[in-house]
Design a protein around this ligand. Structure first.
Ligand code: GLY
Length: 410
């Protein structure tokens, strides 16, 4: 059977609850397994790495403790906000732009090989202001943004023409035409499905992962389904990444930042009030999705790792959102959910090879930009595994041991 046919065979309903739900990626595998690379973690980052390795003809097994995209990736809004996010380092800005570009380039192949539509839409983002002082304060706060942002200014009347659904009280807005967004769970499942079509093994429900390493480096992982042997292990386990690295004496702190998000829907006769562009304001974002819903996010609660949705959190989000898009008050509430972002003390992800354990790599700590940075992370990790150095790839700042060198626990 051709790759395309296999991809189509796995395809299911496209946009139910923001996800293609019928794909089954579950291995009934027990006993000895071997691959050149084992990826630990089936969030969007791990899936993107498996996809990239498989597309380069490499042998890869991806293991996930629960289901694909069941944790942080399922809580994201899916914005590819390379221009709208504030990055304080050149490397992060450059990776964000490159990754957004790659995601657009990958869309067709991903959908073809997986049979899952990722809901990618490039409708542009607007950042609105209530008055001139607010706009100036925002511009000052962005002075540290290291690369020029692609944006144009829309004054009150232009904004009302282009976005008639926005509050009449709005002074003006920055419009960023290159920004886009997608359905995050679909993206992760499409990466996993496409990787499988190209020969990767994707196994869900694999627990109790222990790294096996000796003086010559990584040898594999011990798991609830048995021992898996390999030459390389990539830990892409988000918040659990730090715990796994402790097994080999590395301290890579990973801090939880909980976020709550809600989905609403406009009735057909209220279509004129539905935003057709993402609103990326200082206190809320409002994202019209390809599945017909509008997602409103997100709270930010450092130190919280539970996934409870609070009335207070959702109340605040909906009130802020209705301040910008008044029609939201008439929309139907669909659901709300929460997830936990994996952040790091210096705000940079741990991307690279671990110097003290040859063959061990890390790819976690993407905080609020895992979806945006997925494509470039997949490509960089495949380059590192192929023997390129962090210096050559321009990502030495992100090396995993940067914070722990003095704290290596023996
Ligand atoms: N990606 C936006 C957020 O984490 O809220």
């Amino acid at each position: 059977m051709s790759r395309e046919a296999r991809g189509r065979r796995r395809s299911g309903s496209l946009y139910r609850n923001g996800a293609a739900c019928t794909t089954q990626i579950r291995g009934e595998i027990r006993g000895k397994l071997h691959a050149e690379t084992i990826v630990v973690g089936g969030g969007v980052i791990g899936c993107a790495i498996a996809y990239e390795l498989a597309s380069r003809g490499k042998e890869v097994i991806l293991i996930e403790r629960a289901r694909i995209a069941s944790e942080t990736s399922s809580a994201a809004a899916g914005m590819l906000a390379a221009d709208s996010e504030t990055f304080h380092t050149t490397v992060m800005s450059m990776l964000a732009y490159e990754s957004r570009k790659r995601l657009h380039q990958q869309k067709e192949q991903l959908e073809l090989l997986s049979g899952i539509e990722i809901g990618l839409q490039q409708s542009g983002f607007i950042t609105p202001f209530r008055n001139e002082a607010e706009m100036k304060k925002y511009s000052d706060s962005r002075r540290s943004t290291v690369l020029p942002t692609e944006q144009i200014w829309w004054d009150h009347s232009k904004l009302q023409r282009e976005a008639p659904w926005i509050s009449k009280e709005t002074f003006g807005a920055l419009y960023r035409a290159s920004e886009s967004e997608l359905l995050p769970v679909n993206l992760a499942r499409a990466y996993a499905g496409a990787a499988q079509t190209m020969g990767a093994k994707v196994i869900e429900g694999v627990q109790n992962v222990s790294l096996i390493a000796d003086s010559s480096g990584i040898q594999g992982v011990e798991t609830s389904i048995g021992r898996l042997t390999c030459k390389h292990v990539v830990v892409a386990a988000g918040l659990q990444g730090g715990e796994i690295l402790k097994q080999v004496g590395l301290n890579l702190p990973t801090l939880p930042v909980k976020g709550e998000i809600a989905a609403i829907q406009f009735a057909k006769h209220d279509a004129d009030y539905r935003p057709d562009k993402t609103v990326y304001a200082d206190n809320v974002y409002i994202v019209p999705k390809a599945n017909g819903e509008v997602w409103i996010g997100a709270t930010s609660l450092p130190g919280r790792s539970d996934r409870e949705v609070t009335v207070e959190g959702i109340q605040k989000l909906l009130a802020s959102a209705a301040g910008w898009v008044p029609g939201i008050q008439q929309a139907q509430f669909i659901r709300a959910w929460a997830g936990v972002r994996p952040s790091t003390p210096d705000g940079l992800p741990y991307l690279g090879a671990c110097k003290c354990v040859p063959g061990l790599y890390t790819a976690f700590g993407h905080y609020r930009n895992g979806i945006l940075l997925s494509a470039i992370t997949g490509s960089l990790m495949a380059d590192l595994i192929a023997g390129h150095s962090s210096e050559e790839l321009g990502i030495d700042e992100l090396r995993p041991e940067r914070l722990s060198r003095k704290e290596i626990m023996q």
